[in-house]
Ligand binder design. Structure first.
Ligand code: C2E
Ligand code: MG
Ligand code: MG
Ligand code: MG
Length: 292
């Protein structure tokens, strides 16, 4: 018995009946058709140094321009295709699109590294590295450091040895990794110790609550300490207010991403944004408390 969810037709079903199974397959087919019909789009959200305003690059975030339902965010359709081959197809499309955007910006003289989110199943696909190598060549040998990948720490990365090998192979292609939503998984510390990732991306839930909740603040400070101890970089996501930016700078977190800086935008809007953007004056002036 499929749930009649009203507005959100793409919800997760219990898969406890044939009807649910059929409904899920129908939804997957719809995403797949949308992909083939060219209805998917990448938006780009800047990552910056909060103190001096330097733009570090952008994160690619997928959207679905649905013919009837308007612009849909990934939270609506990615869960539907999880563990299905369509997830791999979508992931390949995203990588290709991002690499083509990189070449385009490069040809326009815009140096703008792109970070792409990669699903765990896609990363562990047997052809992942070979496909990526081909893609990089096809795009005219993208400069090292222009493409990075974001991976969410999740139990789906179950084979940590294999994931490490994939990451090492990507490093040889000049591609680095960020561990996304850091601190939300059950085994963040294991991943930190075992995976060759360059940077931790502090989950937005800690940033959102750090000003009111001493425990979230403590977790955030703990992550910053861990990053230092392990020699990894760190960036905060979900920086929504000027005050949050100030707090992060005081804690020694220099890099951030969030609505206080910019919302995700179409590629065409980015050059103008880069031109116009300056960080709030208060960020430049914020000292780091007790910096080591
Ligand atoms: P994520 O990678 O952790 O991306 C951050 C999400 O937070 C994005 O949501 C972004 O639009 C949103 N965000 C950014 N700044 C702020 C802020 O200041 N406040 C708040 N409240 N939110 C902010 P989005 O675009 O809906 O993406 C959701 C998730 O979907 C992403 O989380 C990522 O895990 C996944 N995703 C997005 N695009 C792709 C993709 O191309 N491939 C894969 N595999 N996953 C993707
Ligand atoms: Mg991400
Ligand atoms: Mg995240
Ligand atoms: Mg997330």
């Amino acid at each position: 018995r499929a749930k009649q969810g009203g507005k959100n037709r793409y919800e997760i079903f219990d898969l406890d009946s044939d009807t649910d199974q059929r409904e899920r397959l129908r939804q997957i087919a719809e995403v797949s058709e949308g992909l083939k019909a060219g209805q998917l789009q990448l938006y780009y959200q800047p990552k910056v140094n909060l103190r001096n305003g330097e733009v570090r690059g952008v994160e690619a975030l997928v959207r679905w321009q649905h013919p009837e339902r308007g612009l849909l965010g990934p939270g609506v359709f990615l869960p539907v295709i999880e563990h299905h081959v369509t997830e791999i197809e979508l992931g390949r499309w995203v990588l290709r699109e991002a690499c083509q955007q990189l070449s385009l910006w490069q040809s326009q003289g815009l140096v703008m590294p792109i970070a792409v989110n990669i699903a765990a199943d896609h990363l562990q696909h047997p052809r992942f590295v070979a496909d990526l190598e081909t893609l990089i060549k096809e795009c005219g040998d993208l400069a090292v450091g222009m493409l990075s990948l974001e991976v969410v720490e999740t139990s789906a990365l179950e084979d940590i040895e294999r994931v490490s090998e994939v990451m090492e192979a990507c490093h040889r292609l000049g591609i680095r990794f960020d561990l996304d939503d850091f601190g939300t998984g059950y085994s963040s510390l294991t991943y930190l110790k075992k995976l060759p990732v360059e940077r931790l991306k502090i989950d937005q839930s800690f940033v959102r609550d750090m000003l009111d909740d001493p425990e979230d603040l403590a977790i955030l400070e703990g992550i910053l300490g861990l990053a230092r101890a392990f020699g990894r970089g760190v960036i905060a996501e979900g920086v929504e207010t000027e005050e949050e930016g100030r707090m992060l700078l005081r804690l020694g977190c220099e890099d951030g991403q969030g609505y206080a800086i910019a919302r995700p935008m179409p590629a065409a809007d980015l050059p103008q944004w880069v031109n116009d953007w300056t960080p709030p004056v208060s960020w430049r002036a914020t000292p780091t408390a007790g910096a080591a």
